[in-house]
Design a protein around this ligand. Structure first.
Ligand SMILES: Cc1cc2nc3c(=O)[nH]c(=O)nc-3n(C[C@H](O)[C@H](O)[C@H](O)COP(=O)(O)OP(=O)(O)OC[C@H]3O[C@@H](n4cnc5c(N)ncnc54)[C@H](O)[C@@H]3O)c2cc1C
Length: 474
């Protein structure tokens, strides 16, 4: 009988099981794939390692989730700060470097006509207040009296207008937006908030616009971070079982039973599910299943991703590791390039770099295609992105090229239809409206990027801290 069974060793399951191990002796972590990490995992080809999805980490500032998480566990993640955090190639041909230093960033912005520096100061202030408020409100489990009482706080009240207006409306208060600025703002919002500035509340937009100022490169790529996590799991006595696919969760009197596709069963006092809510509903029965289906119907389907992976030899190695290229293309608005750090021997031998390129696509567009149409779409997108990349960088050689589609993500992470990247926090959303980490039956809990209102690692680790806070209080 385990204290907690955690299903899925993505960032949510890893952080939850490590946090649980601080107060519980018997934690079991079950993972479907042969490697941990989920959408933040990696794969190896000879001396090269490739990040499959996530390539950057943020949220390491004091008061932000990754900082709090590392403090609680007394660990230092193997990270290196990258400055400029991201280089933006606008479709007009201009290039802007997102430096950490405010003055340097303002100088870059001056290349875009009529940019009001006050807007970016405002963004940083709202970002700071938002993190402080989220920390104060934690732990929260949907709208209840506790959350209402906590909300009667000066900072929360000051932030209220930015819950109500959109990111676009907030920007318009500072200046008449021009095409380049809108493209830049939407590009950043799309990679971190998963939506455009008119679709999201101003506080979410501000948090997303501020994030590239604090960009971290995982040393050894995600393989470095996942090997670090695996050591921590071992040291803390967590039982990790890979290549185990959970097929059913059954509530029994006094315990929860988790059944696997190989016919094994595990018993625990409670279960933490690191699954999207679409995936979780398929493992449940009875009232819990109905609750999940109702929730799924209330939310739009999530986004999906298309990715390219390859090894590149450039005339001159790139030290600005993260670059976003804006496009005029009917299907994709931009793509995001992540280079491995030159000399990072866990990623590639000297003189070469591994590259992950990712872009948002609509899961629906890929869902009902015939195998031939699917293959054609994949080839066309691969060739388009690769030729654009070759126009931007002086390439000597490209090898081991492969691409990832929604089907690839669905296969390796078991996410229905390959929906990745989490759900956006849309207008009207806040900590009160998103999915509660605890279901009707309090023995079933959930973490991950479709649960907690957040984005990528910061949101997922924030969700794990939130759930752990609730469990500590109960
Ligand atoms: C292309 C791309 C680029 C991104 N870039 C960034 C970035 O740079 N920075 C950032 O912070 N975020 C980024 N993200 C987002 C980030 O990767 C995700 O938000 C995060 O990794 C999600 O973690 P998770 O724990 O919620 O879910 P997942 O990663 O999906 O983890 C769930 C785990 O559960 C396992 N599982 C599923 N079903 C079962 C089952 N039935 N039984 C057992 N195990 C199961 C899966 O195999 C998986 O390991 C990116 C995402 C993508 C797709």
């Amino acid at each position: 009988m385990y204290d907690t069974i955690v299903i899925g060793a993505g960032v949510g399951g890893l952080s939850s099981s490590l946090l649980r191990s601080l107060s519980e002796k018997k934690v079991l972590l079950l993972e479907h794939h042969s490697l941990i990490g989920g959408c933040s995992s990696y794969f190896k080809r000879g001396p090269y390692s490739f990040d499959v999805g996530a390539t950057t980490i943020s949220g390491m500032e004091k008061g932000q989730p990754l900082f709090d998480f590392c403090q609680r566990l007394s660990i230092d993640l193997p990270l290196k700060k990258i400055d400029p955090g991201i280089v933006f190639h606008l479709s007009s041909g201009k290039t802007l470097k997102r430096f950490s230093d405010d003055q340097k960033w303002q100088n870059e912005l001056s290349h875009i006509q009529s940019t009001n520096p006050k807007f970016w100061n405002h963004v940083h202030q709202i970002n700071k207040t938002s993190w402080s408020v989220l920390q104060k409100l934690r732990p929260f489990n949907g709208m209840n009296l506790d959350l209402i009482l906590k909300s009667l706080d000066f900072e929360v009240i000051r932030l209220l207008p930015y819950f109500l207006m959109s990111g676009e409306q907030d920007l318009n208060r500072f200046q008449t937006p021009n095409r380049e600025l809108v493209e830049l703002v939407n590009g950043i919002n799309l990679i971190s908030a998963q939506a455009l500035s008119h679709q999201i509340p101003a506080f979410v937009s501000a948090m997303s616009l501020a994030y590239p100022a604090e960009t971290y490169y995982p040393i050894g790529g995600m393989m470095g971070v996942m090997e670090f996590f695996e050591k921590q799991i071992k040291q803390r006595g967590i039982a990790l079982k890979k290549k185990i696919t959970v097929s059913e969760i059954n509530l029994r009197s006094g315990h929860v039973e988790v059944a696997t596709s190989k016919g094994e069963t595990f018993q625990g006092q409670k279960v933490i599910c690191n699954l999207t809510h679409w995936a979780l509903s398929s493992l449940l029965n009875g009232r819990e299943k109905i609750e999940m289906i109702k929730e799924s119907e209330a939310r739009p389907e999530g986004p999906a991703a298309f990715t390219l992976y390859f090894v590149v030899k450039l005339k001159e190695q790139v030290s600005e590791l993260y670059q976003q290229v804006h496009l005029k293309h009917p299907e994709i608005k931009n793509y995001f390039i992540s280079f491995s750090l030159p000399g990072d021997s866990m990623r590639a031998p000297n003189g070469e770099q591994t590259v992950t390129i990712s872009t948002h696509v609509d899961a629906k567009d890929w869902k009902n295609l015939s195998p031939d149409d699917y293959a054609q779409k994949k080839t066309e997108l691969t060739e388009f992105i690769l030729s654009d990349f070759k126009n931007k960088f002086q390439v000597e050689e490209i090898k081991l090229l492969t691409s990832g589609t929604p089907k690839t993500f669905s296969h390796y992470t078991k996410r229905p239809d390959g929906m990745v990247g989490g759900l956006p926090l849309l207008m009207g959303d806040g900590p009160w409206s998103f999915f509660t980490p605890i279901l009707n039956d309090p023995r079933i809990m959930r973490v991950g990027d479709t649960v907690f209102p957040g984005q990528g690692w910061v949101g997922v680790v924030g969700g794990a801290l939130n759930l752990d806070g609730i469990l500590q209080k109960s």
